[in-house]
Design a protein around this ligand. Structure first.
Ligand code: NI
Length: 463
C-alpha cells in the first residue's frame, strides 16, 4: 500500500467528485494521504477532510504564494488548528522565488514565523522551495534547533543541495516530476537519496506523473512515482512502497492502524494501463503463478478480503478513456466474475475505452456454456495463456481443476472468441524451450488467432 505524503484534495479541481475519489483511493492501492493547507481557509478545509475520512491527515500553514495577505492573527488561528490530533505538520510553508507572488522579505518573515509556530506545537514542517535554495537553506540552518523535523516537498534541487537538507535531518519527497521525460535532477536525487529519508507524493491536482501528464492529478497516481523510483534504483517497487509508507509514519508521528474500511485493491495502474482485480479465485494452480511468491504487483497488494461489485469498479475507473487499455487481470481468473466483467466492460466501452481480458481460457468449462457471444462489441482483446503445446504438459504446469480437459476447453474457447472479439491471442512465456514455443505458435496459427511470447517477469500479464 502507498502513502501520498502531499496532496491538495481540498482544491477546487476536486469539487465535482471529491467524495467518490477519496473513498476510492483505498481500492486503488493508496492507503493514506496528507493534505497540507496553503491558506487559512484551505487549512481549515484540510482538517474537515481529515475529520471526514480516516485515511486523510491534515497539515496547516500558509503557502509563500499567499503570505502577502497573511495577518499575525492567522498564526494564532493556525496554532489552534494544530491542536487537532490529525494535524500532523505545519505546511506547506517556505519560499517561492519563481512566481514571486509575495514580496521576498515577507516570504522570509512568514516562513520564520511558521517555523516558530511548528516549534511551539511540536510538529514537523512541510517545506515548499522553488528557486530559493540558498535562502531556504539559510533560514532552516538559522532555526534548526527549533525545527521538529521536516520534509522538502516535491524536491527539485540538486544532489548536493539534497545532501545539505539530509544533514539537517530533513526528509526528501519526490513527486510526478521524477517520471517526466525531461527529468534530470529528480532522477539523480531518486538514485542517491537514502531510502530511509525518502517520501513520495503527488502534489495533486498538479504535476501529474507520466504518462498522464496534462490531466488532473490525484493520489491514485502516487504508485507511478514509486514505480519510477524503483526502476531508477533497480529495487522492487514493493520496497519503495513499504519504506516510504513507514518513513511518512515516522516523520509525522502517525499511529497508523488498519481500520475496518476496505483496503482491497480493486483497480491499479501500471504504465499507461488500468488493471482490474475482480477475484482471487482461479481454476488453475499454476506452478509458476506469481501469487505463490508475492503479495501483489507494482507495489499493490492484490489479495482481496472481498470481491468488488461492478458498480464499485465502474466508480473507481472514472474516465476510462485516459488509459491505453482497461485490462481484466488480477490475482485470479476474471471470467469467474462474468456478470461483473460484462457490466464493467460495457461502461468502459461507453466511454470510448479499450478492453482486454487476460484469462486462462477455461470460462466455458467453468460456466458450462459458450459465453463468448457475451463479449461481442464490448471486449477488444482476449489474451489466453496457452502456457504449453500439449494437454499433458499444460496440466502438469497448470494443474487445472478440469484435469487434461482444460487444454482442449481452452482451445475451444479461443475458437469461440474469434467469432466475437476482434483480437484473440494465445500466449506463452519465454522460458519455454524453443521447440515448444514453435509448437505453440502452430496451434495459434491453426486456430487463426494471434500469438505472443511474453516475458516471464512481465508480472502484469500473469493470467
Ligand atoms: Ni503542494
Amino acid at each position: 500500500m502507498f502513502f501520498d505524503s502531499h496532496a491538495h484534495l481540498d482544491d477546487i479541481k476536486f469539487e465535482e467528485d471529491r467524495d467518490v475519489l477519496i473513498r476510492g483511493l483505498l481500492n486503488r492501492g493508496v492507503a493514506c494521504v496528507i493534505n497540507p493547507g496553503d491558506t487559512i481557509e484551505s487549512s481549515r478545509a484540510a482538517i474537515e477532510l481529515a475529520k471526514s475520512y480516516p485515511h486523510i491527515y491534515a497539515a496547516v500553514g500558509i503557502h509563500p504564494h499567499n503570505v502577502e495577505s497573511m495577518l499575525d492573527s492567522h498564526i494564532e488561528e493556525l496554532e489552534q488548528m494544530a491542536s487537532y490530533e490529525k494535524v500532523v505538520a505545519i505546511g506547506e510553508i517556505g519560499l517561492d522565488y519563481y512566481y514571486d507572488n509575495s514580496p521576498r522579505d515577507v516570504q522570509k518573515r512568514r516562513f520564520v514565523d511558521q517555523i516558530e509556530l511548528a516549534s511551539r506545537v511540536g510538529l514537523p514542517i512541510i517545506v515548499h522551495n522553488r528557486d530559493a535554495h540558498a535562502d531556504t537553506l539559510d533560514i532552516i540552518v538559522e532555526n534548526i534547533d527549533k525545527i521538529p523535523g521536516g520534509v522538502m516537498h516535491c524536491f527539485s534541487g540538486s544532489v548536493e543541495m539534497m545532501r545539505e537538507f539530509l544533514e539537517l535531518g530533513f526528509y526528501i519527497s519526490l513527486g510526478g516530476p521524477v517520471t517526466f521525460k525531461n527529468a534530470k535532477r529528480p532522477i539523480e536525487v531518486a538514485r542517491e537519496v537514502p531510502l530511509d529519508r525518502l517520501l513520495i507524493e503527488t502534489d495533486s491536482p498538479y504535476l501529474t506523473p507520466h504518462p498522464f501528464r496534462g490531466r488532473r492529478n490525484d493520489p491514485g497516481y502516487v504508485p507511478l512515482v514509486a514505480q519510477k523510483i524503483a526502476e531508477i534504483r533497480g529495487i522492487p517497487v514493493e520496497e519503495v512502497a513499504m519504506v516510504t509508507f513507514q518513513n511518512t509514519l515516522n516523520l509525522f508521528n502517525i499511529k497508523y492502524e488498519r481500520d475496518g474500511s476496505s483496503m482491497d485493491t480493486f483497480v491499479y495502474v501500471l504504465g499507461d494501463a488500468l488493471y482490474i482485480n475482480l477475484t482471487n479465485r482461479c481454476t488453475n494452480r499454476c506452478d509458476f503463478c506469481i501469487r505463490n511468491e508475492n503479495a501483489g504487483v507494482g507495489g499493490y497488494n492484490l489479495w482481496l478480503e472481498r470481491e468488488p461489485t461492478a458498480q464499485e469498479v465502474i466508480d473507481l475507473i472514472g474516465d476510462a478513456s485516459r488509459y491505453s487499455e482497461v485490462i481484466f487481470c488480477g490475482y485470479g481468473e476474471p471470467t469467474i466474475k462474468l456478470d461483473e466483467l460484462i457490466e464493467i466492460a460495457k461502461a468502459v466501452k461507453a466511454q470510448g475505452g479499450k478492453t482486454r481480458i487476460n484469462t486462462n481460457g477455461q470460462a466455458n468449462l467453468y460456466h458450462g456454456e459458450n459465453i463468448a457471444p457475451r463479449f461481442e462489441g464490448i471486449i477488444d482483446t482476449v489474451s489466453i495463456s496457452l502456457n504449453a503445446p500439449t494437454k499433458e504438459e499444460y496440466q502438469k504446469l497448470c494443474r487445472s481443476e478440469y484435469g487434461e480437459d482444460a487444454f482442449c476447453g481452452m482451445l475451444e474457447f479461443a475458437k469461440a472468441c474469434r467469432e466475437y472479439v476482434p483480437n484473440v491471442v494465445l500466449s506463452v512465456v519465454d522460458i519455454l524451450p524453443p521447440d515448444k514455443i514453435e509448437a505453440s505458435k502452430r496451434i495459434a496459427e491453426d486456430l487463426g488467432v494471434g500469438f505472443r511470447v511474453r516475458k516471464f517477469v512481465e508480472k502484469q500479464d500473469m493470467a
